[in-house]
Design a protein around this ligand. Structure first.
Ligand code: 5AD
Ligand code: SF4
Length: 469
């Protein structure tokens, strides 16, 4: 997933077009990777707006390019370096014309590579890891004096505290569904994964900060909040009642905020699905019946080698408990095929688990080495052809389940949150409780309304629906 996050109007609305030194600066932000990177880019964009930047849609129009990188995909660092190579050419051209271009690299590749980035790509002025975004304006100021800056520590302060709060206008411009980071980092150390190294140890934001941000979102018209964390259900904190809360208690409290009608969270680890969270699914209509609960594999041998710390049977039992609490819940997952040592039999265990759970959707990946993780040094690395064949089979099965889920939705009456205009001007797109995009007639309501509809037919890019009455 790639997307440019800042829209010109989102920034210009803030009215801070010029910097204190009188210059108007223009930033192009490119975001790769997960929803947390999207969220982080928005926060950094807000800080830059306060610092006098306007956002632009192209690299050519920018005098600062900020790349928020993701390390989860294969050859992530190499792809960043080739992008930086292209920026180096552009900078050279600018310099020849008497202008300049600044480049900042943020995100997980910045964290993993650190100063190496500047060594290999001297075009880069600032390297900033995910935990130090509050230092971005300061780092850019130093860089403007000609110093290259690398900020990749894991400081103890909340990285969002030092950043200015998002202006209400910017929240409004982003729409009625928003992300809210509640937790970062991971202590699980799955043997294939770089996250514990790039995002660091598990850190939960405090209840006060989360509630404060949720209330500000609600007062700016946000109706749906997705709580974000690499291991979101490991979130914990001291509650208003003085007791230690888990995510279930936090969701229960968030559901009492007027205006917040829908709550989601992602991504969860099976080991952290506790009773309170399952009960929240049972009790709270605000908590949407959709759960992304990666299992990665269906073979106990492979789960052990992955250090997932649960068996396939434990996962299936957990799914049964969640479904008993909330029978209409839609499940999604992540799967890795071709982990080192995976036999045909192990892979068949994954297929069996998928058949048994029956997913509404899932992401599937071929295992690929992340340098520095234990999986990289494991014996029994599989050939590409084997991974390709297994991936295709797994994808066929999951696609079939996703289509069946879409077909089962036809005829159901659901509440849609209308989020954005459709491709045709007489259409609006809303989200079903199960996260599916649903296309309706624009006359049904306006963006931000929650409308009751009946699903009429599955389409290629979403479902279609008509008024329920
Ligand atoms: N190879 C393949 N897939 C991976 N993922 C994480 N690391 C790797 C890797 N080394 C997948 C996992 C995770 C998702 C975000 O990316 O399935 O849940
Ligand atoms: Fe990575 Fe998720 Fe495992 Fe943490 S729980 S190591 S983020 S796959």
């Amino acid at each position: 997933m790639t997307q440019a996050i800042l829209t010109p109007d989102a920034n210009s609305q803030d009215g801070t077009g010029a910097h204190s030194d009188g210059q108007s600066r223009k930033v192009f932000v490119k975001t790769y990777g997960c929803q947390m990177n999207v969220y982080d880019s928005e926060r950094m964009g807000d800080a830059l707006t306060r610092d006098g930047y306007q956002s632009v849609d192209t690299v050519e129009a920018a005098d600062l390019v900020l790349i928020n990188t993701c390390h989860i995909r294969e050859k992530a660092a190499e792809k960043v370096y080739s992008q930086l190579g292209r920026l180096a050419k552009l900078k050279k051209q600018r310099n020849a014309e008497g202008g300049d271009l600044m480049v900042a690299v943020a995100g997980c590749v910045a964290q993993a590579e650190g100063r190496e980035i500047i060594r290999r790509a001297p075009v880069v002025d600032v390297v900033i890891g995910p935990q130090t975004y509050h230092r971005l304006p300061e780092a850019l100021a130093k860089a403007r004096q000609g110093e290259s800056v690398v900020e990749t520590e894991f400081p103890t302060e909340d990285k969002f505290d030092g950043l200015p709060k998002t202006p209400e206008k910017a929240i409004r411009a982003r729409g009625v569904a928003a992300f809210l980071t509640v937790q970062e980092g991971c202590d699980k150390f799955c043997t294939f994964c770089v996250v514990p190294y790039t995002r660091g140890a598990e850190v939960s934001r405090s209840v006060d900060r989360i509630l404060g941000e949720a209330e500000r979102l609600a007062s700016a018209g946000v109706r749906e909040v997705t709580l974000l964390g690499q291991n979101v259900n490991a979130w914990h904190g001291k509650g208003a009642d003085g007791r230690e809360w888990g995510l279930g208690e936090l969701v229960r409290r968030l559901a009492t905020i007027g205006g917040i009608d829908r709550i989601r969270y992602t991504t969860s680890h099976p080991r952290d699905m506790d009773d309170a969270l399952i009960e929240a699914h049972r009790d709270l209509p605000e908590l949407m019946p959709y759960l992304h609960l990666p299992v990665q594999a269906g073979s106990d041998r492979i789960l052990k080698a992955m250090n997932r710390r649960h068996t396939a049977a434990e996962y299936i039992r957990l799914v049964e408990r969640i479904r008993a609490a909330r029978p209409d819940i839609a499940l999604s997952g992540d799967f890795i095929v071709g982990f080192p040592g995976e036999t045909d039999e192990d892979f068949e265990d994954t297929m069996r688990l998928v058949r048994e759970v029956n997913y509404a959707s899932a992401f599937t990946f071929k295992y690929s080495i992340r340098p520095g993780t234990p999986g990289a040094d494991m014996e029994g690395q599989l050939e590409e052809a084997v991974k390709t064949e297994r991936l295709a089979r797994l994808q066929d099965l999951i696609n079939e389940q996703t289509r069946a889920f879409g077909r089962e939705c036809v005829g159901k009456v659901v509440d849609l949150l209308l989020e954005k205009p459709g491709r045709n001007t007489d259409q609006l797109i809303g989200r079903s409780p199960w996260l599916q995009p649903v296309i309706v007639d624009a006359k049904l309501g306006k963006i931000g309304d929650i409308v009751r509809v009946r699903i009429t037919q599955p389409g290629t890019s979403g479902l279609f629906a008509e008024p329920a009455e």
